[in-house]
Design a protein around this ligand. Structure first.
Ligand code: ADP
Ligand code: ADP
Length: 229
């Protein structure tokens, strides 16, 4: 099946109770699935397994029908992109950052991704367009702009899946809207899986998987979950 399928995954850190205990869910292709749960629920561990930093003790994870345990790690990294929560500050130009992430990308690819992540305005505001120095001690990018740049870098590599740590809490309203639009655009290009702490921040996800103490305790849309609680 296209998208991600997690089947009865169990994982335990040495000497601890299970961090993931029989976790199953499907994240359909071209949608936004949010993993919501309190601290310690197992969200970070799940992302680590999806990137094969760890192997499940039992169970299976497939991406577009292929068992990731049977893929070379380089292929897992190519197929599954990760956008970190605190995207690092830029050094160099916006363009060089993007080109470094995807040396084979064409100018059209760059333009397309800059538009999708709502960064085009930023580029056009600067005198030399893509070649203008930004970041470091030049024009600082805001936190929201850095997050969108991190999404742009990941998208340029054309992943099948994009993993994101949700981090809209410190953003102002304008940056939050732009980030949501960038995530929506990303979901048109790949399967998006995002981590969130609270249900209220993932109203627009197509599906929400609620994780508690390593188990899936509910699955549904935002409205379905509100009705059930
Ligand atoms: P989150 O739900 O985003 O993981 P936490 O408060 O649980 O937030 O964790 C904060 C940070 O500490 C995260 O980057 C997480 O990966 C890391 N972390 C959480 N638990 C552990 C742990 N037991 N050992 C090492 N790092 C951890
Ligand atoms: P979340 O991201 O939802 O906060 P985590 O996946 O970080 O949850 O943690 C799930 C459980 O695994 C917690 O009990 C946490 O303390 C434990 N844990 C996380 N990382 C480690 C680690 N590196 N070593 C031991 N225990 C860990």
């Amino acid at each position: 099946a296209p998208g991600i399928a997690v089947h009865s995954v169990r994982f335990q850190y040495a000497g601890r109770s299970a961090a993931l205990d029989g976790v199953s869910f499907e994240a359909p292709a071209g949608g936004r699935t949010a993993i919501v749960g309190p601290s310690g629920a197992g969200k970070t561990t799940l992302f680590a397994l999806l990137q094969r930093f760890y192997e499940p003790e039992s169970g299976l994870i497939t991406v577009d029908g292929t068992d990731i345990a049977k893929m070379p790690r380089a292929e897992v990294r190519r197929r599954i992109g990760y956008v970190e929560q605190d995207a690092p500050a830029l050094s160099g130009t916006l363009e060089s950052n993007l080109r470094y992430a995807a040396p084979d990308a064409t100018d059209d690819d760059l333009t397309e991704v800059l538009q999708a992540t709502r960064l085009m305005d930023l580029v056009e505001r600067l005198p030399d367009g893509l070649n203008t120095m930004v970041g470091t001690r030049g024009v600082a990018l805001s936190g929201g702009e850095r997050q969108r740049l991190a999404i742009a870098r990941a998208l340029l590599r054309r992943p099948q899946v994009l993993l994101m740590d949700e981090a809209t809490s410190q953003l102002d309203a304008r940056n939050e809207v732009a980030l949501r639009e960038a995530v929506d655009q990303a979901a048109e290009r790949c399967t998006v899986l995002l981590i969130a702490h609270r249900l209220s921040t993932v109203v627009s996800a197509d599906q929400i998987v609620v994780l508690e103490r390593g188990r899936v305790v509910a699955t549904g849309t935002h409205d379905q979950l509100l009705e059930a609680s």
